[in-house]
Every structure is written in C-alpha cells, then in structure tokens.
Ligand binder design. Sequence first.
Ligand code: OGA
Ligand code: NI
Length: 340
Amino acid sequence: MEKLVSSWFNDQPLPQSYIFPPDTRPGNHIIPGCTTIPVVDLSKASGLHRTGIAQQILKASREFGFFQVVNHGVPENLVNDTMILFKEFFELPAEDKADVYSEDPKRPCRLYTSSSSYETEKVHLWRDNLRHPCHPLEECIKIWPQKPTRYRETVAAYSIEAKKLGLRILELVSEGLGLSPGFFGDKLSESVLLSVNHYPPCPDPSLTLGVSKHCDPNLLTILHQGDVYGLQVYKDGEWIGVEPLHNAFVVNIGHQLQIISNNKLKSAEHRAVTNSKVARTTAAFFINPSDDCIIEPVGSLMDTDESPAYRAFRFKEFLLNYISLTGNPEKSLEPFKLHA
Ligand code: OGA
Ligand code: NI
C-alpha cells in the first residue's frame, strides 16, 4: 500500500524513479488546447441525420482515432455521482482500501500503482489505478470494492449505461462501414472492464507521465476524463491535447477495431500528463472481445485488390502478447501482421 503515489506524494520532490528519459518526457512546452479532436453530437443520431453522424464518427476514427461525444444519453447526475465516488475511493483511509490493494496482476479486481510490472519497469508512472471487470455484472459485482458504501450500486448503474453508449457508437461505426448494425454487438464487445486512474498533484509534471505512450489493446474505449486536462493524442508527429468538455465522453478506437477494419480506422497513440495543482481522476471503460473471439480483417471491408494486413487470432493471444511488451507498446501489432 505504501507504494501508491497517493500514500506518499505530499511535500516531496519527484523521486528519481519517476523521472522519464529525456526523449519521452513531456517537457515544459505548451500543448495546443485542442479544438481539432472532433466533437460528435449523438442527439442527432436518431432520425434524419443518422447517416451524417455515422460519417462524422468514421472520419474522426480514420483521421484521429479519437473523438468526443456530447448529448450521449448517459444521465449527467449518474456520471457526476460516479466520478465523485471514484475520487472518494482514492481518498479513503488506507485501511479501507487494503483488501482491494494487490501486487498480483492476475487478481481481477485490484488497486495498484504504476503498471502491472512495477518491480521490473525502468520508470514508474505517476498514477494509481483501480480496475475490475464489469461482465457478467451479477458475478463481478461481488468482487468490487465495498467502500464507499454506494460503490457497487452506483458503478453497476454506470457500467450498464457506459456499455449501452459503447454499443450505440459501435452500431454507428458498423453502419458507417457498411456492416450489419449488430456486427460488433455480440462476442466482439462482450467483455467490459473499468479502469479508474488517479493522478495526484505532481511536483514536476515536465519530467514524468501518468500513463506513457500507448494504444488501447481493446475494441473501443469510452473515457470520462473529469474536468482536469491531461490526455494527449499523438498525431502527425506531435502531441495534441484533448480538452475536457462539460458532460462529454472521449471515445477512442482500440487495436481490435483497427485490425477488423484492415487499418481503415486508426488506433491512435496517447498518454496522460500530470499537473502540479490538482488531483486528476479518470474512468476508462474498455470494451473488449471475449477471450476466445477470433479477430481478423473483415473481407467485405476490403477492396478487390486489397489483401488482409493481419492474420486471424484469438483475442486472448493478442492480450498475452500486449502484456508481455511492457515498455514497447508500439510493437503490439507486429506478430499479427501479414507481410505482403
Ligand atoms: C488509459 C488511458 C488516459 C487518461 O487508461 O488507457 O489512456 O487520461 N487513460 O487517463
Ligand atoms: Ni489508453
């Protein structure tokens, strides 16, 4: 427990073990507070404008791999209550979090710090993380934190709404691509995982990162980043900031959607920087295929002279490889690529 950044960060200079090598440090330069990440208004997705909204989502997914959604249908008071609850969780006294804390990456519900390879990693991340599966809900809920007392009830309601939103977006993606509306609806999106990041105020944000550069290994991510800035996306050789918008979710394309679309949609690299003033808490809802689901590029999405860029594999195989690549996430697609 004493390893958690939130247990010791007060009034200390940044320890050496959190200082990133110069080429991966965020530095001091100001990242443009970005208005270029597209914002999609989902209230227009029913009725006349549906095709247009699907096309907006596809364009953003091709160009950025990221977009934000507003008027998304998840009740605002539920989102606010859940985000407050997550903050409260991290502020609980140590003894109330002790039963969830674990250094064993195999434990499905756990509170830990940095990455799953704390002991072997060269540099630690300035973040604590709580993660647990949300499917099947009736089973998973039994292993979730019991404090704060409303945790299970509130997060269950949130996870149902977040999954619903994810499926709505996936439906629009499939329509935009010309696939059947339910294409992603079954095994490809069966497994859902909640990952709550907590980044305490940091003594020197220029030298360290909350999450280092990576792509998400899943199908789709629905992130609530609260109201504190910190998320950056790598595009055309530079980092651009994703501005926190009121009552919006950030959506990004995971590796599996890039593979299934044979690189038509893009899984973009991103990272989280820290700040010296306030704690930042974010909730990533990862939509994943089931472990045994076969992933491969879809034939109908390829032109006649186009060949598949990836071989078929089981999602579990992808994850095992991804986890083994700590520090080298840019290599995560390599073993699955077909070289024409
Ligand atoms: C993640 C992630 C970004 C953030 O958890 O995969 O990219 O802003 N988080 O917390
Ligand atoms: Ni991510």
